[in-house]
Each structure stands twice: as C-alpha cells, then as structure tokens.
Ligand binder design. Structure first.
Ligand code: FE
Length: 208
C-alpha cells in the first residue's frame, strides 16, 4: 500500500524524466533511420482513442442493455468489468459512477494521472495537465463548459478523485431514441470523454 501512495506523490517527476528519456530514444532511433516518428504517433493515437476506450464502451453498452449487469456494475464494478475480460494491470479496483438526470459525474486525478487503463487505454494529454487536475475540483462547471457541456443548474456535478487503488468509469446516460440499437451500435455512441465525464453519450467530442 505504501508503495502505491509513494507512487502517487512522486509520479510527476518520474513522468517528466520518463518523457525526456523517451524523447531522447526517439531522436536517436529516428536519426539512425530505425523508426518513423509518424508511425509511433499513429500507434499512440490508436491506443489513446480507439483500442482502449472501445473496452469501456462495451461495458457501458452492456449496462444499458442488461439491467442485471448494470446492478452488478453498481455493486462490484471490478468483477463486472473483469467478466468481460478487462482487468487492471496493477490490481486496482474499479468503481462505476452512473450519470442520471440529477447527477453528472466527472473523473480526475488531482495528484497525478491515475486512469482506468483497462477500460479506457492511455489517458489524453489534457487529463494529465495541471490545469485540468486542479480546476476539475475547484470549478467543474467551468471545465465542462470548455468541453462544450452545460448541465442544467439543478444538476449536481460530482467529481471523483482517482487514486492508484481506486479508479472510476462514468456510465453516461443512454441517449433517447436508441431503444432499437443492439449492443455494438450502442457502444458506438460512447466516447472516451463520455466515460471520463467531459462529454455525454451520442454527442461528438468537444473541439479543443
Ligand atoms: Fe494519479
């Protein structure tokens, strides 16, 4: 446990060091003609926006389609998600937080960048940025507005602060008019940002 805690507090320095080392390696390998930076960008882009978040989208689509699964997800998200084959790499626990007409959920890691990799892949750059990490707690509505979201004044915004031990998956509300869609089609409506809480399902990602 203390190792995990330590990880939280020293994560940022190690990350900068890691970034510098990665950049140095990339530069040397590129100069030697061994790698193409564009190919690496394409791989990272794939994991950030496609492969990873598709796992979470399947979890959401199952929850929308199967009330028993949704109940299981509420009670024990770690087990319910693992039943679909998505398990954490560090043994972290998952909690699913469900959006309702009364409550919009938003996920952040204020200390560093804890993120549910098993269901969302790599975190987007903005999730790791100090501006998001500090402002999501102080001014969640301001942050949501920058993503193009304007929940009604009576909607409560709940902010969930991730740790190395506990990570959150937002279950967005199922969009109206999707009663006839099967699970695969439903999953197509669920973006990465909708599962972080900076978007809602069925809507295009906000420009940034
Ligand atoms: Fe973190």
């Amino acid at each position: 446990m203390s190792d995990h805690h330590d990880h939280d507090h020293h994560h940022d320095n190690r990350y900068s060091d890691m970034q510098a080392r990665v950049k140095a390696l990339e530069t040397v390998l590129t100069e030697k003609g061994l790698i193409d930076p564009a190919a690496i960008d394409a791989i990272v882009e794939t994991y950030e926006t496609r492969v990873g978040p598709r796992n979470g989208a399947r979890v959401v689509a199952r929850a929308w389609s199967d009330a028993d699964f949704a109940d299981w997800l509420r009670r024990d998200a770690t087990a319910a998600i693992a039943s679909l084959g998505y398990t954490g790499r560090q043994g972290e626990h998952m909690r699913a937080v469900f959006n309702t007409p009364d409550t919009h959920n938003l996920v952040v890691c204020t200390l560093c960048s804890c993120y549910p990799w098993s269901v969302l892949g790599l975190p987007p750059v903005w999730y790791k940025a100090p501006a998001y990490r500090s402002r999501a707690v102080i001014d969640p509505r301001g942050v949501l507005a920058e993503f193009g979201l304007h929940p009604p004044a009576e909607t409560k915004i709940r902010v969930w602060d991730s740790t190395a031990e506990l990570r959150y998956l937002v279950i967005p509300e199922r969009p109206a008019g999707t009663e006839d869609l099967d699970e695969a089609a439903l999953a197509g409506l669920v973006s990465r940002d909708a599962m972080i809480g900076t978007a809602i399902a069925g809507y295009p990602e906000a420009a940034r």
